[in-house]
Ligand binder design. Structure first.
Ligand code: ATP
Length: 366
């Protein structure tokens, strides 16, 4: 037990843009406090990325960043405001490169309701596992060029890539998550229309299902899923779907529980590297105002340590996750330690302090 507690992790800090400069440092502060309480030694490594990296290193994804990341156990990635980048070759969107290079093929996005914060339903506790590296996303479904092109002025063609390998990998990740939860997995697709693409995805999921006979599987067509999520989200436990459907449904799910500030995520792959990345963008409209909800980024960070704990059998990382959860739950229970987007009267700083106090209490009473 003590041996595990002393094991060190190397974790990268990539602030990203806009509110990333607020919510990422907040998450690191909370993780550091949890690590100290859990007796976990972590090396924190600052890695330049995004607009500030463009200013300091001449590139939004500076040379050497990928090698630095490859030597880490995982990292916390803040939101990237690439739409505001100047239109120059040095200002690229790093997301697809990171996900591809580290084979982070599954984007795990939980949705949970908390009382008093403006959720549309009580009792939601669901995880959507979104395929991350293929599908309709034109910047990541081909190795060169783009999956979207315009052969004539009035014709645009968007290519959707579905592979047996990509579908099987995300399915296996989803089955494993389902097995650790209520052992129920819903496949979301539209094989009624996309007979080949969604058909391949569904077939691959059922092939993987044979390895998980203890997990009950059902299927919902994506448009029906959009409707059922609004009406009866409590019916779902673990959901797996292709990239673009997952992109849309996870924002819808966030809307059910208080908005994008309540939508955390963890990108995982086959290896032992994982990347904490909230669902939200860089929210330039509220950057610098001290009101961005840090929950999504902090919870993503907690998920990173929870995953490290399970994946690498590190008790101290699991303890960090438990301590962080106590603090987060305590802060969310009090309007004074919640941001305005979730019916709070506090600021981001109040929420962070509330989480830290909740963690201290949890440690003191342990
Ligand atoms: P992207 O396409 O890059 O994901 P987006 O178009 O979804 O970005 P966001 O930057 O996520 O846009 O912002 C959408 C809205 O949600 C904005 O009004 C923003 O202020 C709000 N928002 C996003 N994140 C948060 C947060 N953490 N706390 C409070 N509000 C947020």
């Amino acid at each position: 037990m003590n041996e595990t507690k002393k094991a060190a992790l190397k974790i990268g800090i990539l602030e990203g843009d806009d509110i990333g400069h607020e919510v990422v440092p907040a998450s690191v502060r909370i993780a550091k406090a949890a690590a100290e309480a859990a007796g976990m030694a972590i090396d924190w490594v600052d890695v330049p990325i995004g607009r500030r990296a463009l200013d300091t290193h001449g590139f939004t994804m500076p040379e050497g960043t990928l090698d630095t990341l490859g030597a880490l156990d995982g990292w916390i990635l803040g939101p990237i405001g690439h739409r505001e980048y100047p239109k120059i070759p040095e200002a690229i969107n790093p997301h697809p490169i990171l996900r591809k290079r580290f084979d982070l093929f599954a984007n795990v996005r939980p949705t949970r309701s908390f009382p008093g914060i403006g959720c549309l339903h009580e009792g939601i506790d669901m995880v959507i596992v979104r395929e991350n590296n293929e599908g309709f996303q034109p910047d990541r479904n081909v190795v060169a060029g783009s999956g979207e092109f315009r052969p004539t002025h009035d014709v645009t063609i968007s290519v959707r890539v579905i592979t047996v390998e990509g579908s099987s990998k995300v399915a296996r990740a989803a089955f494993e998550i389902a097995r650790s939860r209520e052992k129920r997995l819903t496949l979301v697709h539209k094989n009624t229309v996309y007979k080949l693409g969604c058909g391949m995805f569904v077939d691959a999921c059922y092939a993987v299902a044979k390895e998980f006979p203890d997990v009950e599987v059902d299927e919902v067509i994506v448009d029906t899923m959009a409707l059922r999520l609004v009406r009866e989200p409590q019916r779902f436990d673990t959901v797996v779907t292709t990239n673009m459907f997952g992109d849309i449904l996870t924002d819808e799910a966030a809307g059910l529980v208080g908005g994008l500030g309540m939508a955390p995520g963890l990108c995982i792959g086959r290896g032992s590297i994982a990347m904490a990345q909230a669902t939200h963008g860089s929210a330039p409209d509220i950057a610098g105002k001290g009101i961005a909800n840090p929950y999504a980024m902090i919870e993503s960070t907690r998920m990173l340590f929870d995953w490290m704990g399970h994946n690498r059998k590190m008790d101290a990382a699991l303890e960090m996750s438990r301590i962080m959860k106590s603090g987060i739950d305590a802060a969310l229970a009090d309007p004074a330690t919640r941001t305005p987007d979730i019916r709070g009267t506090g600021t981001q700083a109040d929420m962070v302090e509330g989480i830290l106090r909740g963690m201290e209490k949890a440690v003191a009473h342990a």
